[in-house]
Structure formats: structure tokens, C-alpha cells
Design a protein around this ligand. Structure first.
Ligand SMILES: NC(=O)C1=CN([C@@H]2O[C@H](COP(=O)(O)OP(=O)(O)OC[C@H]3O[C@@H](n4cnc5c(N)ncnc54)[C@H](OP(=O)(O)O)[C@@H]3O)[C@@H](O)[C@H]2O)C=CC1
Ligand SMILES: O=C(O)C1=N[C@H](C(=O)O)C[C@H](O)C1
Length: 275
């Protein structure tokens, strides 16, 4: 999966190229001196099919958007995919056929989908992360440290806010924050999570991890983990103000995969944050 020997450029295809993240990625690839757009995929029903992938941003990339997975992936080393779970899993099969590496940013997979990705990573290299931003991945570390130190006597609540178009809840990032906080504080997320509260809920269950979800307007992505104790509370907050941060992280992931032949990695590995 090394770079093109002739041009030395990393040949990247983008799935969901006319989506919010897809457009950011096409723009980021066009601006990156070491990368080249090798393919742009979208659904057959998309009005973008046949148009230049850069058209929505006023760019000419020379790559037309296609729904033909084999044509879109043919010349690529890596596919960056921010679509929907069913789309990513269809793209995964095509990447296996063409031995193309994958960066998966899509959130909302079920256990079966995750198992298929894990299985595929025995054959192709994959980076998968619910959040590609450097900041959020540093925040995961801060949450781990705080949750370890505050495991007794502090209630953990996770609050996230996103734009009105987001279809999954809680966000993949919020779920990951819950997993990190649970593991570091001796809780088990599947057992201790409280996904919603309404009506006569009774008192808060000790050791639970509560989730609150806000959807509105054009909020790019805000996440807070609250540790509420007696007489004090600690809030660890990350706010994204632009999707460019996810696109930049995705390109870092694609570069990371260039010399890998298989394996499943996350952004902690890409950023060298593994402890
Ligand atoms: N890991 C991270 O850092 C981040 C992850 N995300 C995640 O990325 C995903 C996409 O987000 P966003 O860009 O805002 O979404 P959009 O809806 O703006 O874009 C999704 C794109 O994927 C296409 N698509 C939808 N369903 C399918 C399918 N079944 N097969 C193929 N293509 C499909 C859409 O086409 P059409 O418009 O025709 O439906 C569209 O082009 C979400 O899961 C989101 O949570 C988002 C930001 C950061
Ligand atoms: O859908 C989005 O927009 C985002 N989704 C990701 C998630 O579910 O965590 C990452 C980011 O928060 C933006």
C-alpha cells in the first residue's frame, strides 16, 4: 500500500464525496502537496454523480464522482470513508477486493458491523476512529486520568451537541468518552450507562454514567465530560469549530497506513498517544 512510485503521491479516494465531510476531504487532499485525489464515490441517486468532485467548492480536481465502487477505487491506495454504516460496510468489501487501505470515520456501527471491520483488518490496514481531531484524542487521555483519580464520590455525565442533520446518538465520540471513563473508573459502560431520563426517574444510581444529547442548527461538535462531586465539579470540554480538523486528522491516518499491510488502528496509534 505504498505511495505511487512514479509521482510519490498518496492516492486517496473519498467515499460520500459530496457530503459534509466528503467535501472537506476533497478540499484537504487538493491542498496537500503529498496527496492526490484518486477517486470520489457517492450513491447512485446523488445529483453529484458525473460532476467533478471539487465542483461544490469551486475546484477542478479532474476526478468525476461515481457510484461504481470498482471504478472509484481502482487507482487508489486508501479510501477515506465518512458515510453511513451500511455504506462503509459495502465500501469495505470493495476495498478487500482491490486491497485498498481504509480510513473509517463513520459512526453508529452495530456489533456485527464492527466485527466485519475487525475481520477485514486481517487482510487490509484500517484506521477507524469516531473522532479524527488531535484535540479530541488528547481529551480522551485527560478523561482517562481524571476518571482514574475521581473514580469514587464523583458522578460522571457526558453531554454532547451536534448539528440538526446528525442521525446517530449519542455521538461516536461521546460513546468513546464513556468507554474511556468507564474503563478508568472501574465501571462497565454497557451496564452503567443511562441513555436518557424522563419523568419520575428516582435518585441518580451511584456509579452510573449519564448521557445527554443536544441537536440543533449548525453545531459542528461539542463534547463535555462532567465529574460532579460534593462541593466541586470538573468539566472537560472539547469544541470543534470546523470540520477541517477531522479532514486533517484523516489525512494523517492515510499517511500512517501507507507502510502498513494489515491491522486495525485508531487515532491514538496514528498520533502516538498510546500509553
Ligand atoms: N470520525 C470523525 O472524526 C467524524 C465522523 N463523522 C461521521 O461521518 C459520517 C458522515 O458525516 P457527514 O459528512 O456529516 O454526513 P453527510 O450526510 O453530510 O454525508 C454523508 C455522505 O455519505 C453518503 N451516503 C449516505 N448513505 C450512504 C450509503 N448507504 N452508501 C454510500 N454513501 C452513502 C451521502 O450521500 P447522500 O447525500 O446521497 O445521502 C453523503 O454523500 C457520520 O457517521 C458522522 O458521525 C463526522 C465528522 C467527523
Ligand atoms: O456527525 C458529526 O458531525 C460528527 N460525528 C462524529 C461523532 O459521532 O462523534 C464526530 C464529530 O463529533 C462530528
Amino acid at each position: 500500500m505504498t505511495t505511487d512510485p512514479a509521482t510519490k503521491l498518496l492516492r486517496i479516494a473519498v467515499a460520500g464525496s459530496s457530503g459534509r465531510m466528503g467535501r472537506m476531504l476533497v478540499e484537504a487532499i487538493a491542498a496537500a502537496p503529498d496527496c492526490q485525489l484518486a477517486g470520489a464515490l457517492d450513491r447512485a441517486e446523488s445529483p453529484a454523480i458525473g460532476q467533478d468532485a471539487g465542483a461544490p467548492m469551486g475546484l477542478t480536481t479532474g476526478v468525476a464522482v461515481t457510484a461504481d465502487l470498482d471504478a472509484g477505487l481502482g487507482g487508489a491506495q486508501t479510501l477515506i470513508d465518512f458515510t453511513r454504516p451500511e455504506g462503509s460496510l459495502a465500501h469495505l468489501q470493495a476495498c478487500l477486493r482491490h486491497r485498498v487501505a481504509m480510513v473509517i470515520g463513520t459512526t453508529g456501527f452495530d456489533a456485527q458491523g464492527l466485527a466485519r471491520i475487525r475481520e477485514a483488518s486481517r487482510t487490509i490496514p484500517i484506521v477507524m476512529a469516531p473522532n479524527m481531531s488531535v484535540g479530541v484524542n488528547v481529551v480522551f487521555k485527560l478523561i482517562e486520568q481524571a476518571a482514574r483519580a475521581l473514580s469514587e464520590g464523583y458522578d460522571i455525565e457526558i453531554i454532547e451537541a451536534h448539528h440538526r442533520h446528525k442521525v446517530d446518538a449519542p455521538s461516536g465520540t461521546a460513546l468513546k468518552m464513556g468507554e474511556v471513563a468507564a474503563a478508568a473508573s472501574g465501571r462497565v459502560l454497557e451496564r452503567d450507562a443511562v441513555w436518557a431520563r424522563h419523568g419520575h426517574t428516582g435518585e441518580r444510581e451511584p456509579g452510573s454514567i449519564g448521557f445527554s444529547v443536544i441537536r440543533g442548527g449548525d453545531i459542528v461538535g461539542d463534547h463535555t465530560v462532567l465529574f460532579a462531586g460534593t462541593g466541586e465539579r470538573i468539566e472537560i470540554t472539547h469544541k470543534s469549530s470546523s470540520r477541517a480538523t477531522y479532514a486533517a486528522g484523516s489525512l494523517r491516518a492515510a499517511r500512517f497506513l501507507a507502510d502498513k499491510s494489515s491491522g486495525l488502528y485508531d487515532m491514538q496509534a496514528v498520533l502516538g498517544l498510546e500509553s
